[in-house]
Design a binder for this molecule. Structure first.
Ligand code: SAM
Length: 280
């Protein structure tokens, strides 16, 4: 694919606006139009959605979202150098792109929906990607304000998000994501697709809310998973002892062997532990 719109090619945009990639902002720009369009299409029905994009940079993915029919894109970008390039896209798609200059960690994304389902789509900055995902999957109200998350991560992070029990990558992130969402890796993207190329392969992860996660208080689940995976090589009777002195009995009450390790406990098991360890 050589063109998706009549705006200048991304390489020219980057040169014209002097957008040399800054490592401190996790800037690895995706210039391959086949890939940006593939991500946009994977995000689901964009025509009726409010698409929130974190870190549009020079706007490659933003342009793919708009060219693929997004009703409205609200893009949050921390680097003010990118704003003139984004203004050109806004002018090409009148009324369909709003840009918020700021730190996505501080923006109330839940308030941006305009009465439409929110689809969050982003090639995330590596330094804040996991924190943003955690914020979205641990939002207090469930089902959440968002209808889907289509996000690019380092592949290893994608594997941790989608990991299930007995998988090497299984940990707190896999439990929380697996409890509240249906998460899957859609495809990998090699380093050479980016400018500059990162050191590792990336993966696009798609998450949709699980409408009825097993009943459990989020704080209780976070407490047991933090303790269990904080010392993942230890048996649960040791790693959970700091939570309650009678940990061994409580673990057994859940039908779980106190000698088991965190990586052997599936999500229903963690939900039972969370409830039992929350009791006085
Ligand atoms: N979306 C573009 C693409 O696919 O080519 C750029 C992706 S680049 C990996 C990450 C972008 O996130 C950069 O434009 C960077 O300036 C921006 N960014 C970094 N930290 C941010 C933050 N806390 N809030 C909003 N944007 C941020």
């Amino acid at each position: 694919m050589s063109q998706i719109d009549d705006l200048p090619p991304l390489r020219d945009v980057i040169r014209t606006h002097g957008l040399d990639a800054k490592k401190s902002l996790g800037q690895n720009f995706l210039l391959d139009l086949n890939l940006t369009s593939r991500i946009a299409r994977a995000a689901g029905d964009l025509a009726n959605a409010t698409v929130v994009e974190v870190g549009p940079g020079p706007g490659g993915l933003t342009r793919a979202l708009l060219a693929n029919g997004a009703r409205k894109v609200i893009a949050i970008e921390k680097d003010s150098r990118c704003l003139p390039a984004l203004a050109e896209i806004s002018a090409r798609y009148p009324g369909r792109l709003d840009v918020i200059e700021g730190d996505a960690l501080k923006v109330d994304v839940a308030a941006l929906g305009e009465g439409h389902p929110v689809r969050i789509v982003a090639n995330l900055p590596y330094n804040v990607g996991t924190q943003l995902l955690l914020n979205w999957i641990t939002t207090p109200v469930w089902p959440p304000f968002w209808a889907s998350l289509t996000l690019m991560f380092q592949k290893e992070v994608g594997q941790r998000i989608t990991a299930t029990v007995d998988d090497d990558h299984y940990g707190r992130l896999g439990v929380l994501a697996g409890w509240r969402t249906r998460a899957r890796i859609l495809f990998d993207i090699g380093p050479q697709a980016f400018t500059p190329p990162p050191k590792v392969t990336s993966a696009v992860v798609h998450l949709e809310p699980n409408p009825e996660p097993l009943p459990c208080a989020l704080a209780d689940l976070e407490r047991v998973t933090a303790a269990a995976f904080g010392q993942r090589r230890k048996m649960l009777r040791a790693s959970l002892k700091g939570l309650k002195p009678d940990a061994e009995q409580r673990i057994a009450d859940c039908g779980i062997a106190p000698t088991a390790r965190a990586e052997e406990i599936d999500i229903p098991g963690f939900v039972r532990l969370a409830a039992r360890f929350a009791e006085s």
